[in-house]
Design a protein around this ligand. Structure first.
Ligand code: 2AM
Length: 194
């Protein structure tokens, strides 16, 4: 199954983001993007791709341990960013050091469980909001509109393991389905590291 570790923002924070995205979708040119929708909004910590079911028990133990070592930390959705002319996203602000550590621990948990992880690109926490169709497009009007967005802060208290099922219908623009298959509380004291 196709899996990734993630932080899932709470429903109220997604509602806030929803208002912002509604506004973006009314801008000229918005039809040039395939917009993601709310059930799919998440912050990926570590993308695992296809994972052999056999590896799941150990993966769960190791992700629980990663969560156990990480203290809860504050985060808020913040501003906008893009990957080239293709992907539009909102970023995060808050305790980014702790977020990065959690991402590294989730990556290490997967690796040590036998999941063949890709080498890291620089970790860039983001919630993908839209992907340009075709060759890509000028995303600046959307970035300008997202620039001032400051979501309300929340306390990250859980590490989630999410299954993503890619659409099989072939319907253009259909989104993957996401299902949380595990969640572990962050329980670190804040005094630990590594
Ligand atoms: P994206 O939102 O930038 O596309 C589920 O597909 C999640 O895993 C998404 O957040 C997606 O990031 C991320 N993802 C998909 N393929 C990936 C890859 N090869 N490397 C890193 N992250 C990936």
């Amino acid at each position: 199954m196709r899996l990734f570790a993630a932080v899932l923002p709470p429903p109220e924070r997604l509602t806030e983001l929803g208002h912002v995205v509604d506004r973006l979708r009314r801008l000229p040119g918005a039809d040039g993007l395939r917009w993601t929708s709310r059930p799919g909004w998440h912050l990926t910590l570590a993308f695992m791709g296809e994972v052999d079911e056999e590896l799941l028990p150990e993966l769960r133990v190791r992700l629980a341990r990663a969560a156990h070592r990480t203290p809860p930390f504050p985060l808020r959705l913040h501003g906008g960013g893009h990957f080239g002319r293709r992907a539009l996203w909102t970023g995060v602000a808050g305790d980014l050091d702790e977020l990065r550590l959690l991402a590294e621990r989730a990556d290490a948990a997967a690796r040590r469980s036998g999941v063949p992880m890709e080498e890291h690109r620089r970790y860039q926490a983001h919630v993908t909001l839209g992907r340009a169709r075709g060759e890509g497009m000028d995303l600046h009007p959307f970035l300008d509109s997202l620039g001032g967005f400051e979501g309300t802060r929340w306390q990250v208290e859980e590490l989630a393991l999410v299954r993503s099922s890619l659409p099989v219908s072939g319907v253009r623009g259909e989104q993957p389905r996401y299902e949380t298959v595990g969640a572990w509380p962050l329980e670190g004291s804040g005094a630990q590291s590594g």
